[in-house]
Design a protein around this ligand. Structure first.
Ligand code: ACO
Length: 355
């Protein structure tokens, strides 16, 4: 019997501060109509000073563990691109604060596709007998990386965290993950990028070591140093949009073929929540009714690695997901990276995202 990851707990959270389109319109050259019609977003939540990604991750994981009815855990994987520190990883501190004991805990950095990658990593650990019960968390605080002058990124991103508890089980159980498809293309790494804060953009006090923009080591040494703006996320939105539609559509189709499901078998699509137009276009490519696509971004924006578990928690809390229904997850983000996963929905209880 193949050891299969089975979903037994789900939880999520968003920080309390709501930032609506009106608030952004007061300081940026944008307006509620543009944001709603071009993205589908009406508001998002931003963490306040003193709140880090690890804090959101702890609350989401606590809720997922409660939903799972407690029990031991022997691995925690945190998908994030906005960790508490460059080193160490954020996951061990999250596991410690949850009182999970001296377990394996590590971060996975795959931008908005991170949660699907973390799920696949957990599935591999379970299948290989390395872990029995794994907490998988997606958490990001992109509000700390937003250039206050950049209307393109400011309107899209929100902060949040979502978590699942998986246990080793059998493929025919409700909650069983049916399969994965993962992919990436680093030739487009500049489409969504935080230029500074890593080893390529050294921050010597005299300014030496700033990369020259070629992305090659021989560019090191140019004067200028790392400025505040290099710590902000830059995004070529239109190009990302095109890749996102293409890759999520193709990855979903590949996965369905691999596991022998057809588009008409899918009850719900839980896709990365970046832009409602992307979600509707992907549904169209797959031949799935738009009404089957979970929409949560209208209230939380693009929460990056948190967006799929947040959307699922919101839908489950509002009674939209019924046990036995088939759910397709698909995500796309910086890297470029993408991935899809599928499962049959289990009989689990969750509390509201904002509760
Ligand atoms: N308010 C008003 N006008 C705006 C705004 C704004 N907030 N943002 C851009 N515009 C303007 C542009 O300047 C442009 O004006 P122009 O025609 O005078 O030049 C016009 O609107 C159209 O700009 P586009 O970039 O073509 O707008 P588009 O319809 O593509 O929407 C958006 C932009 C929302 C960013 C969209 O491209 C998108 O959602 N892209 C995908 C983002 C994504 O998936 N990100 C996830 C990856 S990031 C990660 O992994 C961390």
């Amino acid at each position: 019997m193949i050891r299969t990851p089975v979903l037994v707990g789900l939880g999520a959270m968003v920080p309390p501060r709501v930032v609506d389109n009106e608030e952004l319109s007061q300081r940026l050259d944008t307006d509620d109509h543009w944001i709603r019609t071009r993205t589908g977003i009406t508001r998002r939540h931003w963490a306040g000073p003193g709140t880090a990604t690890g804090d959101l991750a702890v609350t989401a994981a606590e809720r997922a563990l409660r939903s799972a009815g407690g029990g031991p855990v022997d691995m925690l994987i945190l998908a994030t691109s906005t960790p508490d520190h460059p080193m160490p990883a954020t996951a061990p501190g999250v596991a410690a604060r949850l009182g999970l004991g001296p377990i394996a805990a590590f971060d996975v950095s795959v931008a908005c596709a991170g949660f699907v990658y973390a799920l696949a990593t957990a599935a591999g650990a379970i299948a290989a007998g390395i872990a029995e019960r794994v907490v998988v968390v997606g958490a990001d605080i992109w509000s700390t990386r937003l250039n206050p002058q950049d209307r393109t990124t400011a309107v899209i991103f929100g902060d949040g965290a979502g978590a699942m508890v998986l246990r080793a089980g059998a493929p025919d159980e409700p909650g069983a993950l049916a399969g994965f498809d993962l992919g990436g293309d680093g030739t487009f790494k500049d489409l969504a990028l935080v230029p500074g804060g890593g080893s390529r953009g050294r921050s010597e006090p005299d300014g030496a070591g700033k990369p020259d923009g070629t992305g090659e080591p021989d560019g090191m040494g140019e004067a200028g140093g790392i400025g505040e703006a290099d710590e902000y996320v830059t995004m070529r939105g239109k190009e990302i949009f095109t890749h996102a539609v293409h890759r999520m559509g193709e990855s979903s189709a590949q996965l369905l073929k691999k596991i022998g499901w057809s588009a008409s078998d899918i009850d719900w699509v839980a896709a990365h929540q970046a832009n409602v137009r992307i979600l509707h276009t992907v549904a169209g490519l797959l031949g799935i009714d738009r009404a089957r696509v979970l929409i949560h971004l209208d209230r939380v924006g693009n929460t990056s690695a948190a967006s799929i578990p947040l959307a699922l928690t919101d839908a489950a809390a509002h009674g939209r997901l019924a046990p036995g229904q088939r759910v397709l997850m698909t995500a796309f983000g910086g890297g470029l990276s993408w991935g899809s996963a599928a499962l049959t929905w289990p009989p689990i209880q969750v509390s509201d995202v904002a509760a």
